[in-house]
Ligand binder design. Structure first.
Ligand code: SAM
Ligand code: SF4
Length: 324
């Protein structure tokens, strides 16, 4: 079992397989970065997998593949199959913008993938275009339909932003309820790479929009999930991911691995340790030592609740690098 320096059990590893993306979401990667990580610095699937086996053997039971846009990485289904074949009962999921799902969903399912989280910030073509800076909606909706058709579990992620998509919260609930899928509203997390004119919505503002139509009942957090669940009077359940709330980090169970091998204990801070040289040399003990150190150093909590764009110590790393 993996326990961090604050006594929390860590059993969840998020793995970013690429920082590249085919969207330019305003809250994440509004412009193409000045330079991408050189291809030769990216860990191969075998190298990433060597570390993942160490983490699984020590107690990781949930793995999420993310990015950038993970479906841009060639042969992702083969990587998923490697993980699934090693531990078929692992809770294996993928976060994607869904653009490439129409042609990949079946292969992902066949490789052993169980669940997808899909970003859907708007149901209006022009607004979706404005957020992603590309005409994406038709293809994204096709991707969601395809994922459901092949039997993948689907959850939707929406980042509500004032003056952009804040009037679509109820529409997204309708869309998800009709398809029997769960939506999780994610508070916009301030970061240096986003379009700085974006104003996110705090959890209570998101809930106020929902209350315009429904009575809601707070259900609480689901184990170590970052999502706080709510039940509508019509029986539909949705989640709110609210990192600005003081109790958000109490049960944090996750660490993150970037595509070039940086192991990150907390999204908010810059601290990270590299597993790259250990896995390139096949040094299993070396990789386990880095994992132990990162767990020991994992911060107690983030500081989004007191974010100050001028003074903030928020990480310089982009969400598309850490995988969100
Ligand atoms: N490209 C994939 C996607 O968009 O789903 C996976 C990577 S993306 C970085 C993972 C998640 O992070 C997405 O749900 C996205 O909405 C979320 N995200 C990115 N930037 C964010 C921000 N500044 N605040 C809150 N959520 C953010
Ligand atoms: Fe790409 Fe996902 Fe970031 Fe949007 S949120 S730019 S889809 S990595």
């Amino acid at each position: 079992m993996l326990i961090d320096g604050h006594g929390r059990t860590v059993n969840y590893l998020r793995v970013s397989v690429t920082e590249r993306c085919n969207f330019r979401c305003q809250y994440c990667m509004p412009e193409k970065p000045f330079s991408w990580v050189p291809k030769e610095n990216l860990l191969s699937f075998d190298e990433l997998f060597l570390f993942m086996k160490v983490a699984i053997d020590e107690g990781v039971s949930k793995i999420r593949i993310t990015g950038g846009e993970p479906l841009l990485r060639e042969d992702l289904d083969q990587f998923i199959k490697m993980i699934h074949d090693y531990k078929p009962d692992i809770d294996l999921a993928l976060t994607t913008n869904a653009y490439l799902l129409p042609q990949t969903a079946q292969r992902l399912k066949d490789a052993g993938l169980k669940r997808l989280n899909i970003s859907l910030d708007s149901l209006q073509p022009a607004i979706a275009h404005k957020i992603a800076q590309k005409d994406v909606l038709t293809q994204v909706l096709k991707g969601i339909d395809k994922a459901l058709e092949v039997g993948l579990g689907v959850k939707i992620n929406m980042v509500p932003m004032k003056g952009i998509n804040d009037n679509e919260i109820l529409d997204i609930i309708d869309y998800c309820q009709t398809r029997h899928i769960k939506v999780r509203f994610i508070e916009y997390m301030e970061n240096h790479h986003a379009n700085q004119s974006i104003e996110g919505m705090h959890g209570k503002e998101i809930l106020a929009k929902v209350k315009e139509r429904y009575t809601i009942k707070a259900l609480g957090r689901e184990g170590a999930s970052p999502s706080f669940n709510y039940l509508l009077d019509n029986g539909y359940e949705f989640g709110l991911i609210d990192p600005h709330k003081h109790d958000f980090c109490e049960n944090c169970n996750r660490i993150r691995l970037t595509a070039e091998g940086n192991l990150i204990p907390c999204l908010y801070f810059d601290e990270a340790m590299s597993i790259a040289s250990a896995v390139k040399e096949g040094d299993i003990q070396g990789a386990a030592n880095v994992l132990a150190q990162v767990l020991k150093d994992k911060p107690k909590e983030n500081r989004w609740s007191s974010f100050d764009p001028n003074e903030s110590d928020v990480s310089q790393r982009a969400f598309y690098e850490t995988g969100g």
